[in-house]
Design a protein around this ligand. Structure first.
Ligand code: SAH
Ligand code: SF4
Length: 414
């Protein structure tokens, strides 16, 4: 879609199909699944019933094989297998950090690569999901921003990350399906086991992997609608956070149409510094951005906006910066919390992380003003899985190369 006042960053393009001529059902809405079944020859009523059954098997049970869909007539299963697939991204590499964080390098059907990260904690398990291969933006402290090749991920590739994570974590429910009896058209009932709604490992999703999710609005929305669907993954919108670097024209729609928590990558409180480190600021400035935060649908005490703030030594980490941050939050009447992220280094980065004392002092100043400002513990740094370290081709470009990429992206921003 065209973003007002902005050249359309990238399109999804035509992604070659994983299953040859077969249609991949991952990422389609329930109605769209019904639609492809009708196109394949089923009548509308049968298609609707089958779509409901297939949806439940796909998203509630994690099944990828039509033969395992035991409430669908046996004769129908090969017919489905011939025409459709339920795909997953290909795992190119899987790594585990010493702190338990896991990172997967994934490949799409066209060979494009992107990463996803799982961060286990005592009380939750958070999946960090990518929305694009690379990023058209070029925040100066972010490794992903140095990637030249960019394409949007399709809804199926976004929701596919969640499906794959649940496969890898082994947390699909097993056994018979609650509320789904045997197929009335089938004479055999080959169900077995008991369904138990066991405790979840993957409890939260953050759209904080590679890419700018609001530059890929439609696909991200489609994917998150599936993730939130009650008869499937059924994750509450309160457990999902979308992070944006500040694509102001799309923020209201994100609130209205997706309705998840919003995190905003603020990172600086003056035009001069934000222009430098988050170049999108030259297009949508701090004032516009904070107004959009104040207007974010549902923004109130119950749904606080999170400001992400990367701690860069001698760049944005002074006491004055902290005071200005508090002043801005008050001026715009925001119910916000601030997440302080110690800068995570990557090869060729030109910043350093603020000292732990500086980070603490910065955090204390904000806390004293009554605004929560926890310091995020870096996770998975040893496998380059921490915030801003994701990049699918592990090369170390020269400074000149990095500057060239930055210039190209800046020129594209207009
Ligand atoms: N593109 C979106 C979401 C992905 S990045 C966005 O920018 O908001 C998730 C968070 O990590 C963002 O706040 C981003 O600015 C931050 N980040 C990027 N590079 C980082 C680095 N090297 N160290 C710490 N945080 C970083
Ligand atoms: Fe893109 Fe976010 Fe990285 Fe900026 S911080 S370059 S918007 S992924």
């Amino acid at each position: 879609m065209q973003i007002p006042g902005h050249i359309d960053p990238v399109t999804t393009g035509t992604v070659p199909l994983r299953g040859g001529n077969r249609i991949d059902l991952i990422g389609l809405t329930r109605d769209a699944i019904g639609g492809v079944l009708v196109e394949a020859g089923l009548d509308a009523k049968a298609a609707k019933l089958r779509a409901k059954q297939i949806w439940h098997w796909m998203y509630h049970r994690g099944v990828t094989d039509f033969e395992a869909m035991t409430d669908i007539a046996k004769a129908m299963r090969p017919w489905l297998t011939d025409r459709f697939i339920i795909g997953r991204p290909t795992v190119r590499e899987a790594q585990v950090s010493s702190d338990g964080t896991r990172k997967w390098l994934l490949a799409a059907a066209d060979g494009q690569e992107y990463e996803m990260v799982f961060i286990p904690d005592a009380d939750r398990g958070t999946l960090c999901v990518s929305s694009q291969v690379g990023c058209t933006l070029n925040c100066r402290f972010c490794h992903t921003g140095t990637m030249r090749l960019v394409r949007n991920l399709a809804a199926g590739e976004i929701v596919g990350q969640v499906m794959l994570a649940r496969d890898e974590l082994g947390e699909w429910p097993k056994g018979t399906m609650a509320g789904f009896g045997p197929d009335p058209e089938d004479d055999e009932d080959d169900e077995g086991g008991n369904y138990t709604a066991d405790g979840r490992i993957l409890t939260n999703i953050v759209m904080m992997g590679m890419g700018e999710p609001l530059y890929n609005f439609d696909e991200v929305k489609g994917a998150l609608k599936i993730v939130m669907d009650g008869d499937g993954l059924a994750l509450s919108r309160r457990r999902i956070t979308l992070s944006t670097s500040g694509v102001v024209p799309m923020m209201a729609r994100a609130g209205e149409e997706i309705g998840v928590n919003l995190a905003v990558s603020l990172h600086a409180v003056s035009k001069e510094i934000r222009d430098e480190i988050v170049p999108l600021n030259r297009k949508y400035g701090i004032d516009e951005l904070l107004k959009a935060c104040a207007d974010y649908p549902g923004a109130g005490n119950s749904r606080r906006i999170t400001f992400e703030y990367v701690m860069l030594k001698d760049k944005n980490d002074s006491d004055d910066d902290a005071r200005e941050l508090v002043r801005l939050i008050r001026e715009y009447g925001l119910h916000a919390k601030v997440n302080l992220i110690p800068f995570n280094p990557w090869p060729g980065a030109m910043y350093e992380c603020s000292s732990p004392e500086r980070v603490r002092a910065f955090s204390n100043l904000i806390f004293k003003a009554g605004i929560s400002a926890p310091v995020r513990t870096p996770r998975g740094r040893d496998i380059m899985a921490a915030c801003g370290q994701l990049k699918s081709a592990a090369t170390k470009p020269s400074r000149a190369e990095l500057d060239r990429i930055a210039e190209e992206k800046q020129a594209a921003l207009g």
